[in-house]
Ligand binder design. Structure first.
Ligand code: CTP
Length: 414
């Protein structure tokens, strides 16, 4: 198998066009240009990649100015570390300066200094991600100082140096994610080092942890991908109040139906992770991970709803269930209906969201007041009774409602 033979022909026409633009910009700004990381790995594997990671040796600002002119575009994001992100057609293009990184302490963001392509490849996470393709100057040529191609061929996830997980413990999450995505086992020594360095995860900010967890939700097989978090007892190293591994995997079945939006997926994952917490622990979880007000409100409601599940199954009247559900955020109910494994409960929530919450009296307020001549202050009580009667199937038409109103009037006010 000659993985890099005629690599140029492996690009599709869109990628080739973007690379031609970048090549022209490199020529005009006198810099060296490389494609690195994921796209090279995917190209070698024959997988489709929708991002292009470009690396520059030389004056990156000059390159960016030329690239903007040629593509008639501007970066959608840039950073003080001289990284630039573009979105052109369906492609995300990341452009960065070749650099070396120094980690002042484990889990910190690195200090960077410009460096050569080789040094840049050595600072990376796994050997399969440390391969570059030189785009300019021509001809295209593979740069593979760490034998990444060999590891692609061997189908293995292997780190580049012994302190990799200490420098950047997010790589533990990345190792498992690539391992499940590509179906490549984690190399034995790499696995030993994960075990050795797993507690360095505690040096990461909660925001970086949650970002890594959310990346699992962009994988094709979310179920398989998230299930891998049970290895090395990772879940409980992050937070000992997360569900047991068995419970976690059971909940993940939800992700086998890939019908949710990304924000729903994030909420569902947070709901699963916090599903066995009491109110105090949930509040700690919310503040540790700085969850937004909206998400916190939903998780708090979900927690309350979860506690009511068994109680609700004893409730006979649909209107009592609807009145209870009225107290909660609609989003929390929607997520509860997805997350709960309880069929009856899901049926109730679906009825509430699709039917009960939308029910209105057949007559409007003025008509009701006129029909039974009550004063306005009593109207909300009457409307509540009418809604409950409709939910319970006692009113099915405008005339049913009239008869019901007359009886009610007698009972309540005469
Ligand atoms: N990288 C790293 N250490 C990290 C994150 C990223 O060394 N903690 C390097 C890797 O070389 C990786 C590249 O930066 O290939 C780009 O990172 P990212 O876009 O996250 O990954 P991709 O390799 O593009 O993989 P994916 O297919 O998941 O996008």
């Amino acid at each position: 198998m000659n993985l890099h033979k005629d690599i140029k022909s492996k690009f599709n026409s869109d990628e080739q066009e973007l690379l031609n633009y970048a090549e022209l910009a490199a020529k005009k700004s006198y810099v060296k240009l490389y494609l690195v990381g994921g796209p090279v790995r995917d190209l070698l594997l024959g997988n489709v990649s929708h991002d292009l990671d470009l690396l520059i040796e030389g004056e990156i600002d000059l390159f960016i100015a030329e690239f903007n002119k040629i593509t008639h575009s501007e970066p959608i994001r840039s950073s003080q570390f001289k990284t630039f992100k573009y979105k052109i057609n369906d492609y995300e293009i990341d452009i960065a300066l070749a650099r070396t990184e120094i980690y002042q302490f484990p889990g910190s963001l690195p200090d960077i200094t410009p460096g050569s392509i080789t040094k840049d490849l050595y600072r990376r996470d796994f050997t399969i991600n440390a391969i570059a393709l030189q785009i300019f100057p021509k001809p295209y040529k593979i740069i593979d100082p760490i034998n990444g191609i060999e590891e692609v061929r061997n189908k293995i996830i292997k780190i580049i140096h012994e302190k990799s997980f200490q420098d950047d413990p997010t790589r533990i999450f990345r190792a498992l994610r690539y391992s499940t995505r590509l179906n490549f086992p984690i190399d034995k020594n790499t696995s030993t080092l994960i075990n050795r360095d797993i507690n360095y995860l505690n040096t990461l900010s909660a925001k970086r942890i949650i970002n890594e967890l959310f990346k699992y939700l962009t994988e094709k097989d979310i179920y398989k991908s998230l299930s891998s978090l049970t290895k090395y007892d990772l879940l409980h190293i992050i937070d000992r109040n997360f569900p047991t591994n068995e419970n976690f995997v059971k909940h993940l079945n939800i992700f086998k139906e890939q019908i949710f939006s990304i924000t729903d997926k994030e909420l569902i994952l947070l709901a699963i992770l916090s599903s066995t917490m009491n109110t105090n622990k949930l509040n700690n979880f919310i503040s540790r991970f700085s969850l937004s007000k909206r998400i916190s409100r939903i998780l708090i409601d979900l927690n309350k709803i979860n506690k009511k599940i068994s109680y609700i199954s004893f409730m006979k009247r649909p209107s009592s269930i609807a009145n209870l559900f009225d107290k909660y955020d609609v989003e929390a109910l929607r997520i509860a209906s997805i997350v709960t494994g309880n069929k009856k409960f899901t049926e109730h929530i679906n009825n509430y969201l699709n039917i009960w919450a939308k029910i209105k009296p057949y007559n409007n307020g003025d008509e009701i007041i006129e029909m039974i001549s009550i004063d306005k202050t009593k109207l909300s009580l009457i409307i509540e009774k009418l809604r409950n009667a409709q939910i319970n199937g006692k009113i099915n038409s405008k005339s049913d409602e009239k008869i019901f109103l007359e009886k009610l009037n007698k009972q309540l006010f005469k």
